[in-house]
Write a protein that binds this ligand. Structure first.
Ligand SMILES: [Zn+2]
Length: 385
């Protein structure tokens, strides 16, 4: 008789664990953890840390002044001198302010778990814990050290965690990101657009619109011309989008506007396009004589190009097939911390977290029966990468 593969065994171990997984999901969701509120975020961090300590993992809390503390958890294989490292990346912060639970309670109904942060991405954190449990139960021989890094500010751009993520990624052979998957089929995200934000400020000259219009330089008009210009850089076929989403300028109708400002959202699928967009932005010149332009900003997260995900995706698909599951992939328009690790050239597979939908909304949910499957997939990846 042929021995059944480890991935199948992991799934068999995890399926009966669903009630326990849901109990833990409830516990994590009830600990609200808004990115912008340190106190509740730290409380949630403590609860997550406690679960890992129970399992005798090595837990380090990385203290933060303004944001919730980050968590770095290490699990080393028995033969302590592991030759490599795998990084599992996630965040415990959510986009919901404290008190959201009172309006949007945690509940399970029709095979779905609802509540703030269930899908993005507390279910992912639960799956990681149970993945480790299953690995231990299966007695699989781990070849590499595993670092689980849970950060507190992914939803607001990862300012306080970026360095930590990058230095941990640099020590790793591969990065598995527990961001939610896409759609009801749970597609993994094998490429992500790079995301940026730029600010264009126009300085003109104020003057009386009736008595001395010739003396004025209208900053609002100049900004309008600049916006028309950058609008032409949009190229949906190449995955480039440029959108002025906030504009302001001027003071009153009889005063020629002295100042105007636009905030522009930037996205690109390719690193080369990102660089070209940044160059073009910073070489914008005023068209009206006497007007002055200031341009700030650029890309915050570089594109995650598919080539860094291709190999780990093929491997994940193979493991899923061993478990009798079909695994698909997609390109995402939004960025995640996976963009940061991919930009370093480290093989990165994103969207390995929960299956569900409606992230960042009151209807956010997880399809509960997929939780053991995704935990098993992560466990199998950790045992074999
Ligand atoms: Zn997320």
């Amino acid at each position: 008789m042929r021995e059944s593969p480890l991935s199948k065994l992991l799934l068999q171990l995890l399926r009966p664990q669903l009630p326990q997984m849901l109990a833990m999901l409830r516990k994590f969701v009830l600990a609200e953890s808004p990115s912008l509120e340190k106190l509740p975020a730290d409380h949630c961090c403590g609860i997550v840390a406690g679960e890992w300590r129970k399992r005798k993992a090595h837990v380090e809390r990385v203290p933060q002044k303004r944001r919730g503390d980050h968590l770095r958890i290490t699990w080393a294989p028995q033969n302590a001198r592991a030759p490599g490292q795998l990084l599992v990346l996630g965040h415990y912060d959510t986009v919901y302010a404290s008190g959201t639970l009172a309006k949007v309670p945690f509940r399970i109904s029709g095979g779905k778990a609802y509540g703030p942060g269930t899908f993005d991405m507390k279910a992912g954190l639960v799956q990681a814990l149970f993945a480790l449990d299953a690995l231990r139960q299966s007695k699989a021989a781990l070849r590499k050290r595993i670092v689980f890094l849970w950060t507190s500010d992914e939803e607001i751009g990862s300012d306080s965690s970026r360095k930590l993520i990058e230095s941990e990624a640099q020590r790793s052979d591969a990065v598995f990101v527990l961001e939610p998957s896409f759609g009801p089929r749970g597609l993994l995200k094998t490429s992500r657009k790079g995301v940026g934000e730029a600010e264009i400020i126009v300085h003109g000259r104020a003057s009386h619109a009736g008595l001395a219009p010739q003396e004025g330089i209208n900053a609002v008009h100049e900004l309008a011309r600049q916006i028309t210009r950058i609008q032409e850089w949009n190229d949906p076929r190449r995955g480039i989008s440029v959108n002025a989403d906030i504009i302001e300028g001027g003071t009153r109708t009889n005063v020629i506007a002295e100042r105007a400002r636009a905030v522009v959202d930037l996205r690109a699928t390719r690193i080369a396009d990102m660089r070209r967009l940044e160059r073009r932005l910073h070489s914008l010149r005023p068209s009206a004589a006497g007007a002055r332009l200031e341009v700030h900003g650029g890309f915050n997260r570089a594109p995650m190009e598919r080539k860094v995900s291709a190999a780990p995706f093929v491997h994940a698909k193979f493991l899923a097939a061993q478990m009798g599951l079909r695994l698909g992939e997609c390109a995402a328009g939004g960025g995640s911390d996976g963009n940061l690790t991919a930009a370093l050239g480290i093989p990165t597979l994103d969207g390995l977290g929960a299956v569900g939908d409606a992230a960042h909304s009151a209807h956010e949910f997880v399809i509960v029966k997929t939780m053991p499957e995704r935990a098993a997939l992560l466990a199998a990846l950790l045992a074999s990468s």
